[in-house]
Design a protein around this ligand. Structure first.
Ligand SMILES: [Zn+2]
Length: 233
């Protein structure tokens, strides 16, 4: 029986390295037995995959039962109006938010587009249950499309290019400023038929100043090193 000279753990007779601290086993009186069967499995386990599939199945069953129960109650018991459309739409939306993430893990860009599409669909369902649908086309849809576009653009740039933390922060602020301006433009155009901005001009200008400062820091290598050292990037 050997013991690790570094951490003192008891070693299996087949061990050539300590399983805990990776120290080489050298015991002249009792060298590692290369013929002995190792106590560790030869293949890596894949517990996580099974778990995520099981979770996806469970979520599918839960959301499908909620939607079905709402539909049946609507058709058989509480027949006033088509209220179950809200619950079925919400179940579909939550399903799209959660299950593709568990199954299609590598394709994040596709997931963003799916989430944007299903959110638009849900608002569409709500709009068509109410009398007035103009808010959907005037405000909700533009805001959802812009948000999806900004998140998609951010993730696409992260994936396609090697970027520094400073660049990422600048990109986030640039997108936030543009998003604020976009939201106010759609609201004002919807309410007053005018393409003008007020509060978002303040937000947009602040974001623009931050982007300008960060761009200056990124362009000046000595300044960049100083900032990175002080902020531990
Ligand atoms: Zn050890």
């Amino acid at each position: 029986m050997s013991y690790c000279v570094n951490c003192g753990v008891e070693l299996h007779k087949s061990a050539t390295f300590c399983p805990l601290c990776n120290t080489v086993v050298i015991n002249p009186g009792n060298p590692p037995d290369s013929q002995a069967k190792t106590p560790y499995p030869a293949e890596m386990g894949s517990v996580e995959n099974v778990n995520s599939r099981a979770a996806a199945l469970l979520l599918t069953v839960v959301f499908a039962s909620i939607a079905l129960a709402a539909l049946l109650l609507n058709l058989l018991l509480f027949k006033e109006g088509f209220w179950s459309a809200f619950i079925m739409g919400a179940s579909l939306m939550l399903w799209v938010f959660t299950v593709p993430v568990l199954i299609l893990r590598p394709s994040r860009l596709l997931i963003i587009l799916l989430d944007g599409a299903v959110t638009s669909l849900y608002c569409f369902i709500i709009a068509h249950q109410t009398e007035d649908t103009s808010w959907y086309y005037g405000i909700a849809l533009p805001i959802i499309i812009m948000l999806t576009g900004f998140v998609f653009l951010y993730c696409y740039i992260m994936r396609r290019f090697k970027t520094s933390i400073l660049f990422r922060i600048a990109l986030i602020f640039g997108e936030l400023g543009s998003y604020a301006v976009g939201i106010e433009l759609s609201i004002r155009y919807f309410l007053y038929d005018s393409l003008s901005i007020r509060w978002s001009a303040v937000v947009g200008t602040s974001c623009l100043i931050i982007v300008a400062v960060l761009t200056t820091v990124m362009k000046n290598s000595r300044l960049r090193e100083e900032v990175q050292r002080r902020l531990h990037f």
